[in-house]
Design a protein around this ligand. Structure first.
Ligand code: NAP
Length: 471
């Protein structure tokens, strides 16, 4: 295997632009060794019991809890999320490890099926080495929501994390080693995105899970498809947040503020398009924009900060270009929109209304603290705007009307509908999208079933059985 690579990866603080650590990237020979180590580890790990895996996974949760301050500070320094949100992220990873430690055996228990055979059942077996290609925005959560179910199912994992969070990527590997997982069961690869194709094509790798942008998804899903390998794609989103006249406006507006600016606005399931019924438009927008304006932009390590810097200068440039394009094409700037002076990738919380389908923001994901506000006449108009994008990740709907609610649940093209609450992932619920937001599910029983061989076992059959022999 020949891999192309730059020699180093760097940890660059988005709050001040300083490079505070550099890491040698793995050579082709090192990657090859790790692939072999993964295959070797799988031979014995696949035969471990659920109780053994659960003990390691619960220990991983304990290590995460014990190290949460240092892990959270590292994430804040590498990608700019507020320290408070980084701490919550590490805690959620620990909860998810415990959830799958406690539930994997039940989720993957053999299922008896009554047929004409003496005995028939379905049994779930691990696939082998699974590659995870992950984004920087929730550097621990994205990885652990893959790790906990995948390793509990008896697979082994390789992580290719985003190039701007090498410190978090290595910290995740250390957590799992300290937890006691056998050597080779989970390894981090410090490689660039160009190296993914060769690794995924390697026969030693059986499946891939990618969380990232639509472009990365198209490329990796294409390679997986050509290699006939299982893949799960968790891609971008442009989630609608719909407010109808019967909604509790104060609750809707304050939740909208959080839903747009969570993780400095860089979340796949952040509410991005606020679709507001005309009867309550002015009242909602006033509350919403006031709430956004009250947020404090600043040093993500400070407790008083609500919104930190964007992860990279490129993300800030791309976001500002989208905002400028909208304004040039007639959008109304209700808040923000001006690049601040000084160091760091800071971008002001921004709100835009009077949007048109010719604007970039109408058709593209807006990955930063920029709210897009739409006015609609009725429920049908709300659904038309909500579904009028290539994405279909999640959606949030605010109404007290049961009939309206039923229509939204039926008609919104999205992987989830949250009514009178904010979209959030939860290890107990499946997570994923439709359309260009991807396919497959993470979390819950649905998530753990993505990377298993659903094996049919049929033992004997009475001679008189009239079952089909056509296939
Ligand atoms: P990204 O640029 O697509 O990167 C994600 C990962 O994919 C990184 O590890 C990246 O490596 C790798 N990658 C990029 N292009 C690739 C290619 N052509 N082939 C193989 N690997 C490739 O996305 P991002 O900017 O880090 O993250 C933001 C995006 O992720 C947004 O669109 C967001 O909505 C989406 N996201 C989706 C979910 C979800 O669950 N649906 C969750 C979080 C984020 P390098 O860093 O080395 O380029």
């Amino acid at each position: 295997m020949t891999l192309t690579r730059a020699p180093q990866m760097h940890s660059i603080n988005p709050a001040n632009g300083e490079t505070f650590h550099s890491y040698d990237m793995h050579t082709s020979a090192q990657v090859d060794q790790k692939l072999t180590a993964a295959v070797t580890a799988f031979q014995s790990y696949r035969c471990t019991t659920f109780a053994e895996r659960a003990a390691w996974m619960n220990h991983a949760a304990d290590v995460l809890d014990a190290r949460k301050q240092e892990l959270a500070e590292l994430a804040t320094q590498e990608m700019g999320k507020t320290l408070a949100s980084a701490l919550q992220e590490v805690e959620k990873c620990a909860r998810t490890c415990r959830y799958f430690a406690n539930n994997a055996e039940k989720f993957l228990a053999d299922e008896l099926v009554h047929t004409e055979a003496d005995q028939a059942y379905v049994t779930y077996q691990p696939l082998g080495v699974v590659l995870a290609v992950m984004p920087w925005n929730f550097p621990y959560w994205q990885a652990f929501r893959f790790i906990a179910p995948t390793l509990m199912a008896g697979n082994v994992g390789l992580l290719k994390h985003a190039s701007n969070v090498p410190g978090c990527a290595l910290a995740i590997e250390r957590v799992l080693i300290e937890a006691g997982f056998p050597e080779g069961v989970f390894q981090t690869l410090l490689i660039g995105s160009k190296d993914v194709e060769a690794i995924l094509k390697d026969d030693r790798v059986k499946a891939v899970s990618l969380t990232g942008s639509e472009g990365a998804g198209r490329s990796v899903a294409g390679t997986a498809g050509a290699s006939i390998k299982t893949s799960v794609m968790e891609l971008g989103g442009s989630d609608p947040f719909i407010v109808m006249p019967s909604a509790d406006l104060d609750a809707a507006a304050s939740t909208a503020v959080t839903a747009r600016t969570i993780n400095n606005g860089q979340s796949c399931i952040a509410a991005k398009r606020f679709i507001i019924h005309e009867a309550i438009y002015d009242a909602f927008v006033q509350r919403f924009v006031e709430g956004l304006a009250a947020l404090k932009l600043g040093d993500p390590l400070l407790e008083t900060t609500d919104v930190g810097p964007l992860a990279t200068p490129q993300i800030r440039d791309d976001l500002h270009a989208q905002v400028q394009d909208a304004v040039e094409h007639g959008a109304k700037l209700l808040l923000g929109g001006e690049l601040p002076e000084g160091e760091g990738n800071f971008y002001p919380v921004t709100a835009l209304s009077e949007l048109k389908s010719t604007m970039q923001v109408w058709n593209e994901e807006v990955f930063g603290p920029v709210a897009l506000i739409f006015k609609v006449h009725d429920l049908a108009g709300a659904i038309q705007i909500a579904n009028g994008t290539r994405f279909g990740l999640a959606s949030s709907v605010w109404t007290q009307d049961d009939a309206e609610r039923a229509i939204f649940v039926r008609d919104l093209e999205a992987g989830s509908v949250f009514v009178n609450s904010m979209v959030a992932s939860d290890p107990r619920l499946p997570f994923g999208g439709v359309k260009a937001s991807g396919f497959g599910r993470e979390l819950s029983r649905h998530g753990i079933l993505e990377f298993v061989n659903i094996k049919t076992v049929s033992i004997g059959a009475p001679a008189s059985a009239h079952h089909s022999r056509t296939e």
